[in-house]
Design a protein around this ligand. Sequence first.
Ligand code: ZN
Length: 366
Amino acid sequence: MLSLFQNMKERRTVLCLSAAALLWCGIGSPAAEAARVTGLREAYGAEAASAPLSKEALLPARRELYEQISAATGIPWFRFAAIDQYERTIAKKAKHTPAPSPAASARLTDIRIPDPIWNGPLNPDQSDTSPASIRFFGGLGRDGSGDGLAEPENDADVLYSVAGHLLSYGNSASDFSIAVWEYYHNGRAAQRINQFAKLYEHFGRLDLSGSAFPLPLGNLYSYRSTWGTGRSWGGARIHEGTDLFAPHGLTVRSTCYGIVETKGWNRYGGWRIGIRDIENRYHYYAHLTGYDKTVSRGDIVSPGQTIGWVGSSGYGKPGTQGKFPPHLHFGLYKDRGLTEWAFDPYPLLKQWENQEYRALKNKKKK
Ligand SMILES: [Zn+2]
């Protein structure tokens, strides 16, 4: 534990030094290039990447890596964080894939640049690590760690390569959107990455894991596990969510740190709202009687923040109410890149409720 901490401290020193050197020399000069390369090599050479980090050490270490590449390239850290987080949340956790190489399992980030893009599609060597020949074939791969190699399993090399791609479009928020679109050619990917970048920028930190129960705790509501029972209001479709029965007008609160992705009328959901969290989960609240005035599309919300009120809207043209008893329909969907899957929110609802009860009890004790 101590050696890990010392390692972190050294990384921090290196970061400050290289950032200072860059400010002094200006980006692009040979001296700046040398300072960048030396700094990154010291921080992310082979010895530093030898062992996977503990959970507690992971986020600070990631943040430092983003900051370091940010200092070297001028791209804000939260843009690297957003791309990295997006790739992490859609990564397939296949059961039968071969064990990752030591270099891959010691990585801090999850950005995986496909071979033809890294090496250049016409490069005859699809495991090329020579920055010069990769550049010749139009590949993205670059050497950010300063060891003379462009390696797709080296975090500094990968982020520096991503930075190279981003910078070829410019450094504004809209340049970033275009660069991301050109890389993924997938509108959902571009939307997610922009959402994540906004969240990280707004909160200024990587840990956005807090939660809240969607209704104020108490005995006014009741809910049980109804996943896939087909007893949804409206019948035919399987029930993708949990119904929380509650009095008309009870507060509905955000369950996560997230960004409002959808808001408005839906034939089945009535007045509904959808919030995307940093884990790429879509939190869906339906049948509301109305929305809190402060919540609009694109807004950022925190756990426990009021977003609307329980109602019985839905199953008809806009404004239809009262076709069923008032309740909050709560759903959760996980984005897998090209598709989005509903999953049973009941276990998480229970967990969030228990966590909030425990936090309240601890507060009272103090
Ligand atoms: Zn429902």
